[in-house]
Design a protein around this ligand. Sequence first.
Ligand SMILES: [Fe+2]
Length: 272
Amino acid sequence: MKFIHLTDTHLVADGGELYGTNPKQRLRQAIAHLLARQPDAEAVVVTGDLTHHGHAQAYAHLRECLSALTLPVYPILGNHDSRVVFKEYFPGVAQDEHGFIQYSVDFGSHLALFLDTNEPGVHWGVYCETRAAWLRARLAETDRPVLLFMHHPFFPIGIPSMDFLSLRDPAPLLAAIAGHEARIRHVFFGHIHRPICGQYRGMGYSTLRGTNHQVALDLHGSAQCIIGSHEQPQYAVVQVDAEQLLIHVEDYLDCDRQFLLHEMRDGAAGLK
Ligand SMILES: [Fe+2]
């Protein structure tokens, strides 16, 4: 199974600029790039902050951009999104019995679980007992390996301002996954706008830069100030099978200055 991880597209209603760059243009460039370079990808996941203000016209722009993809797209909500407006523009995306945008998909031999951490009116994440009951039920249905997708991380990532806005109370989620950690092979998240990978309680995790603006590596700053940056946007190429989970990150606006580094003529003897 090979899929593309996009995150934090932050589209705006007028299709114009946000923080000095154009999120719609940059998403279009990402999609054109991945279609050209990763034609064997089987799906695209977008881990939230699909829009910047949750405006209807921004979701219309998103739908227009994603229409260029012929492969399945699996979006979830971030803190900048509107669940109500999202449903109007993406009625085909599954939701749980309580209306949260939560659903499961078969990713090869893995069960992919997409979680909803959006809470209207706040920027931190919420994963309440109601949502956690859905997750607990999905995990109880199978003993297959699991991939989790969510916007907010449920563990600290070391940037004080972003940790202030992570999952506010991780207890319901941690209780739902208790005993299943060994088969949760990876947690894919968004929100941080930076490339990060690691492990938490034995579960691998990763995120990456958004497609528009980024967050600076500010490990000693204030919890009250998020420092932005204009580092290159990214998408990730993920391959997962029974033996390995492999993630490549592509700076898709800054990878065309390529050159022949070395040509192998007769194996190691030709190396200099
Ligand atoms: Fe974001």
